[in-house]
Design a protein around this ligand. Structure first.
Ligand code: GDP
Ligand code: MN
Length: 398
């Protein structure tokens, strides 16, 4: 599960990590009001930032560093009135409904700091770079040696000596070191406590020296968190941060019915039961020259209602030119699937080719159901095995 930057900033602030003051707003008027409030503190600049579940906002023009209320109004009008397109959004971009209007800071240096689980090492790992900011992907691709990784002990987490070592590696000096160490330790603790799978601060900035702070200040000015969906049952406060408007509506609808749906970009809709079967179904479609448009996993024991919904979701996609149903009935009874196919056909109606491969519990009853309904389902074909099914569906959409 992802959250917005303004929510991530609140988590950081709650963990004693310094973040600038700001407000989330949903209208131009509220953006102006927030700017007026913040300007009373005379910050060096104000930032207006689109709140969407995608990065690359800076380069897309959806992070604006400004000085006046008029500029805030202009930035807010632009962001709320245009879709944001970045390498991390779909090609037609994302609608922006929420903005963060925050105090900005002067920047001396931008650092990258993140914690995630390194599956290869099987440890949580701190990732840091002295070259943070909007070019971090390029740094990682071109000069991987500029990215530092610190594996964490499974029980001890981040240890103070590791954080200090990292501060020196990043070139921090004087009082910056102690600030960074406290911040990194707090972030590591927050990561574990919230069952996060990613906690990223980019950039973590060092502000220029002032009379009040001769060594500058270490402050988080962007934050991104992902959380483990399987932990949400024990993360009530985090679960409440969920924003359904940022999700694919079909994936949400599927979830309501206990189904898992993944949208892809090919032409063959796949209805399967079980994640392993989904993977092998997609492999065999690829092997025969096809491309999956999506897969919908109805799980082991879906109701007929849920399976009907599954068909409605798959067939609702314009890109779907053919559907492959591949069910191995272990717990799931094949005749239930067969009845759902018929029910869905009658309810939704479909014209695309539908290839059905059923095997397992009650398969004979299932074949009888399909046979009986075949006159009402003119585009349906049954297949005797998976290879045959894949060939048929690929031929049908070619
Ligand atoms: P992202 O592009 O979606 O990662 O958005 P960020 O919040 O990281 O902002 C992108 C860039 O905008 C940062 O790397 C900074 O260079 C700049 N920026 C963001 N906030 C401020 C600020 O408070 N002051 C200044 N001077 N620049 C900022
Ligand atoms: Mn950023």
């Amino acid at each position: 599960m992802k959250i917005h930057e303004y929510q991530a900033r609140a988590l950081l602030a709650g963990a004693d990590i310094p973040v600038p003051d700001g407000d989330m707003v949903t209208s131009v008027d509220d953006a102006v009001a927030a700017a007026e409030r913040l300007l009373a503190d005379a910050p060096p600049v104000i930032v207006v930032k689109a709140q969407v579940h995608a990065g690359g906002r800076g380069k897309a023009g959806f992070v604006k560093v400004v000085r006046t209320v008029d500029e805030v109004r202009e930035a807010a009008e632009f962001m709320l009135g245009n879709r944001m397109i970045s390498p991390q959004t779909p090609p037609d971009g994302l609608e922006v409904d929420r903005l963060l209007v925050a105090e900005g800071v002067d920047i001396d240096r931008e650092i990258y700091l993140a914690i995630t689980t390194d599956r290869t090492r099987r440890t949580n790992t701190v990732i840091a770079s002295a070259e943070g900011g909007v070019e971090i992907e390029q740094v990682a691709a071109e000069r991987p040696e500029a990215i530092h990784k610190v594996p964490l002990h499974p029980l001890d987490g981040l240890c103070p000596y590791q954080a200090r070592d990292l501060a020196f590696t990043l070139g921090l000096k004087g009082k910056q070191v102690r600030q960074f160490v406290a911040l990194a330790l707090n972030l590591a603790q927050l990561f574990v406590e919230t069952d996060a799978s990613l906690a990223e601060i980019n950039p973590l900035v060092v502000t220029p020296a002032t009379d009040e702070h001769p060594d500058g200040q270490v402050i988080a000015i962007d934050a991104k968190f992902n959380f483990d969906d399987n932990a949400m049952f024990r993360q009530q406060a985090i679960a409440e941060l969920f924003d359904p408007t940022e999700e694919d509506p079909d994936e949400l609808r599927a979830r309501e019915f206990g189904l898992s749906f993944v949208a892809l970009d090919g032409t063959i809709g796949c209805l399967v039961n079980g994640a392993g079967l989904a993977m092998s179904t997609m492999d065999i479609i690829k092997l025969h020259g096809g491309d999956p448009a999506n897969f919908l996993d109805v799980g082991g024991d879906a109701s007929q209602e849920a399976v009907t919904e599954a068909f409605r979701i798959i067939l609702g996609e314009d890109s779907v030119k053919g559907v492959l149903v591949n069910i191995f009935g272990g717990i799931m009874q094949c005749d239930r699937i067969a009845r759902a196919i018929v029910a869905a056909a009658e309810e939704v109606g479909f014209e695309v080719p539908l290839i059905v491969r059923l095997e397992g519990t009650n398969v004979d009853a299932a074949r009888a159901v399909l046979e009986e309904a075949s006159s009402r389902l003119p585009t349906m074909r049954t297949a005797m095995d998976l290879g045959d099914a894949a060939k048929q569906v690929c031929a049908a959409v070619a």
